[in-house]
Write a new protein. Structure first.
Length: 360
């Protein structure tokens, strides 16, 4: 990582928080790229050139200052990063007075360099992940083998396991991504990734070894904010499974609509099966029954839904609807008479259930 004007300025800004001495940052050509003295920026520092050529510290004092025109008394030290000289830091002043502080400043500069380097590496790595995820979840499909190789050789991960995808949706959720990562770390969850997606999503791939999914999503919901919605996909295998689990999680949220803020795909299996029925097949079988159902009032449709949701229990259905058992029997009989489907018979009930699910 070369010392540039931008980088030098970042270093100066950080270091001058802790000291008020005059500091110069020079690049590998000996040019002052950043300084507490703005007038010295873009000038050549001959002492820095000496440091770069020899790799040794250069102290400028009364005895040698004339050998380095345009310089000031002080100490100039090589800036090292990953065992390579990246530039020079110079501290102006009487050498005896600034020798100790110059060493501390160099250490500070090298620490700042390392921090900036790590931040850049992290951003670059996240961009690689984001690119990979965009290709994986592209609506028109994906290249399985290509993404598997990219995961192994570029991202240095092995996705050949079972994963469950969580989709967190909310206006501010992407601002909370570091908080989410820290919370997963606290729970000792070795997620494959925690990444932003689209404009209001954060996607998490959780390994099958973690079993407390319901606890986790409820915890995240409480920890973040009440507007958050979380979709939970099924456990699926490998790269293809991550894609499948993601769309399952999104589908679960669609099914839940406003009724739930946490939606598990596995709890919507019947609905998932129903929406997979070919439209022409559904139309050819169910259209006539849909028309008959439409002649029933809302009271009868509600009765039918409550009856199915309570596993055909006469007692529970009558109790929830606050009606007498005989009234319930009458309504079920009217449904049979008007639709030609008896909700008390298994096959007829399945058809009615399918229609009500598709309608609702």
């Amino acid at each position: 990582m070369d010392i540039t004007e931008e980088l030098g300025q970042k270093v100066i800004q950080e270091v001058t928080k802790y000291t008020d001495v005059d500091i110069n940052i020079m690049n590998l050509e000996g040019i002052i790229v950043s300084s507490t003295d703005k007038n010295r920026i873009n000038t050549t520092h001959l002492g820095a050139i000496q440091v770069i050529e020899t790799g040794m510290d250069v102290t400028l004092d009364d005895y040698n200052i004339d050998d380095y025109p345009g310089t000031k008394k002080g100490v100039n030290l090589p800036i090292m990063h990953q065992n390579t000289i990246k530039g020079v830091v110079g501290v102006s002043g009487r050498p005896k007075e600034v020798t100790k502080v110059s060493g501390l400043i160099r250490a500070s500069v090298e620490i700042v360099l390392e921090q900036i380097y790590l931040q850049r590496q992290a951003r670059f790595h996240e961009r690689q992940w984001n690119s990979w995820l965009q290709k994986l979840l592209h609506p028109q499909g994906f290249q399985k083998e290509e993404l598997e190789k990219e995961a192994v050789y570029t991202l240095n991960v092995h996705p050949g396991k079972y994963w469950r995808v969580l989709v967190l949706i909310g206006t501010h959720v992407q601002k909370e991504i570091e908080t989410i990562r820290q919370e997963l770390k606290k729970q000792s969850i070795n997620s494959l990734f925690v990444l932003p997606f689209l404009t209001e999503e954060v996607i998490i791939a959780i390994p099958s070894s973690f079993k407390r999914i319901e606890f986790l999503v409820k915890y995240l919901k409480r920890r973040l904010f009440h507007e958050l919605k979380i979709g939970v996909g099924d456990l699926e295998y490998g790269v293809s499974g991550i894609r499948l689990s993601y769309f399952q999680a999104k589908q679960a949220l669609t099914f839940a609509e406003n009724s739930e803020t946490i939606a598990f795909s596995e709890r919507w299996e019947l609905k998932r099966l129903l929406v997979s029925i070919a439209a022409e097949e559904y139309t050819s079988i169910c259209t006539k029954y849909e028309k008959r159902l439409s002649t029933l009032g809302e009271e009868y449709l509600t009765t039918l839904d409550v009856y199915f949701n309570n596993s055909f229990s006469i007692k529970e259905t009558a109790s929830i609807l606050h009606i007498h058992r005989n009234t319930l029997f009458y309504r079920l009989e009217q449904i049979k008479r008007k639709t030609k489907l008896d909700p008390r018979q298994f096959e007829d009930a399945m058809l009615l259930k399918i229609i009500r699910e598709r309608q609702g």
